[in-house]
Write a protein that binds this ligand. Structure first.
Ligand code: C2E
Ligand code: CA
Ligand code: CA
Ligand code: CA
Length: 279
């Protein structure tokens, strides 16, 4: 809930409207949103703090509702997940992200890799492997430019199936990340079996990093685990220079957060590509 308070005054106003609207109406409006171009993606840079290079970005979904205005994902993703609309929503997002990569490639830009969030239901019931394959093919995208972010909660549901699907995705050569790592209580023995390339340390650890010894110990632990398992580690929600330099000292140099850039339009990200961070 806290994230909503940040930045968008619209969000709290929306919550009231959302309450009145109810789930059924929201479901209905969401279906219309997919059909009538109310959705769009914004892109948040991922930066290598040590070199200042932009190493990729994360695609984040936005919904401009015709009467309610901008709706935050935390207000509609859960409803979409519950009702199953997430499968169509996720397909749209994946396809739009690939379309954007294609635009960057066509513009002659060095296309950044784009990470797309997958919800558990979309992952387990959305024929995700075929969806990813189709979107890559439709836009002629090198699979190395697409990253998929999954929360560890997905692994708690049906670990053997999750692992099987992950291996199929790896066969397509896309890269896989565990999102919000450290918040899902999944067992470390699961992690050992998951063919993932990257761990994203959850923002909740980063926000306490500078003042809380225990957060520091946990973050250091995650970095060591990632190193030991050959996984890249990235910190999300980095808001201050103090957090960034401490992370770098602890051995994590890839970061994402308001300190480096808010989620932005493709044009703005292109600008960031031309002018490396910190230069
Ligand atoms: P997430 O995947 O953990 O995404 C990061 C969220 O943290 C984003 O919020 C981002 O704007 C925000 N954030 C980034 N840097 C900072 C920072 O320095 N400080 C703070 N306080 N916040 C920061 P957003 O865009 O509202 O998305 C919220 C969540 O909604 C995402 O969390 C993800 O779980 C979900 N979501 C967003 N887009 C999609 C999507 O296309 N598909 C699915 N399934 N879920 C999505
Ligand atoms: Ca994410
Ligand atoms: Ca995250
Ligand atoms: Ca998070």
């Amino acid at each position: 809930r806290q994230a909503k308070a940040l930045g968008h005054g619209l969000m709290s106003a929306y919550n009231h409207a959302l309450g009145r609207l109810g789930h059924r109406a929201l479901e209905h409006d969401l279906r219309a949103a997919i059909a009538t171009d109310q959705l769009y993606l914004v892109y948040q840079p991922k930066i290598d703090f040590d070199s200042g290079d932009l190493v990729g970005c994360e695609a984040l979904l936005r919904w401009r509702h015709p009467s309610l205005g901008l709706v935050a994902p935390c207000d509609f993703i859960p409803v979409a997940e519950e009702s199953g609309i997430i499968v169509q929503l996720g397909r749209w997002t994946l396809d739009e992200a690939c379309r954007q990569i294609r635009r960057w490639l066509d513009a002659g830009e060095v296309a950044p890799s784009v990470a797309v969030n997958l919800s558990p239901r979309q992952f387990l019931h959305g024929d995700i492997v075929e969806g990813v394959r189709a979107s890559l093919a439709a836009h002629g995208i090198p699979a190395g430019l697409l990253e998929l972010e999954l929360t560890e909660t997905v692994a708690v549901r049906d670990i053997d199936r999750v692992i099987a699907i992950m291996h199929e995705l790896k066969r397509l050569h896309v890269s896989l990340s565990i999102d919000d790592f450290g918040t899902g209580f999944s067992s470390l023995s699961y992690l050992m079996r998951l063919p993932v390339d990257q761990l994203k340390i959850d923002r909740s650890f980063i926000s306490h990093l500078v003042t809380d010894q225990r957060a520091q110990a946990l973050v250091k632990g995650v970095i060591d685990i990632g190193d030991g398992l050959g996984m890249r580690v990235i910190a999300e929600g980095v808001e201050t220079p103090a957090q960034a330099s401490l992370l770098s000292v602890l051995g994590c140099s890839v970061m994402q957060g308001y300190f480096f850039g808010r989620p932005m339009s493709p044009d703005q990200l292109e600008e960031a590509l031309r002018v490396p961070a910190g230069k």
